[in-house]
Design a binder for this molecule. Sequence first.
Ligand code: KG4
Ligand code: ZN
Length: 359
Amino acid sequence: MTKKITFLGIETSCDETAASVIRENDKGTADVLSNIVSSQISEHKKFGGVVPELAARAHLENIEYIIETALKESKVSLNEIDGIAATAGPGLIVCLTVGLNIGKAIAAFSNKPFVAVNHLEGHALSPGLEYNIRFPYLLLLISGGHSQFLIVKDVNVYEQLGTTIDDALGEAFDKTAKMLDLGYPGGPSVEKFAKLGDKNFFKLPEPIINKAGCNLSFAGLKTAVLRESKKINGEDKLRYNLAASFQDTINKILYKKTKVAVEMFRKKTKKEKFQFIVAGGVAANETIRKNLSTLSSEMNFETVYPNLKFCGDNAAMIAWAGIQRFKKNMTDDFNISAKSRWPLDRDAPYMKGPGLKLL
Ligand code: KG4
Ligand code: ZN
């Protein structure tokens, strides 16, 4: 029997301070022995968004306790751990540095291997914690900072098929919630209040829906929500209608763009049967899951959605990505520093900014 690897993961890239201990199991997935996430929602709520300096301070105040709790709950001593993984980017440098430095320090004094994890790779590989995933697969990564379609060919090997040319999808949800005064964090509250509204009430734009391959754009939609929100005059029913119409428009865009991405995936990989994985915080949205499951039965591919606790930021996914990299000898030395930008596909064109041509 081969030894089952155990890792400690640490995540501080944005507003969640998280630590987790996981161990490989016989099923090819992981036993999550502890998964501690301390959210800073109350800290950022009054500002309606993440304030970097406040987030960094909260990470500093909490990180030791969170790591201690993760170790204690897992009933695994530091001696039994095979390596430490910490998120090194992309994200807020002041936040990343907190988790990265403590991860390096623990690895140094305990003389263990260290893996600097790309947060996006954490999301990309996260379904492997619970499911047997097979490379290559098609990934839709939708979070607060990113919205991308990628072919995941292997650990560390990604091909970007499309990305957002302006806002990330989570950002669009958060801004919509703010404009409609639905509360923070935005995504879950838009989903909640949309249930009370009529999705056909407002006709909103679907930017670049029929062009630019599977690239995405949400800025024009956000502007339209702002324009319509000015007509609402605090009437609850209209706010809920606008939330519902916004979410429905998102679903129409994702349906169409996923269809294009599936066609591109099939053409490039020559694989008819494959797994389509939706990961990242926005993947928690039930209407998006249902919508994409409809497409999967129409186009005959398998969908895999991570458990809700592994959609939003967490350290179990960082530990898992750490184990996968460790097994391929991709460990890091202590000189590595935090990176604010760190694309999974290093050759993908940068799509934001002026001068972009949408064919
Ligand atoms: O992956 P994540 O936790 O952090 C980043 O890496 O950015 O994603 C956070 C994003 C936020 O924008 C949040 O509003 C969104 O995920 N989100 C949702 C839902 N739950 C979280 N968006 C739509 N519907 C949800 N149920
Ligand atoms: Zn994330």
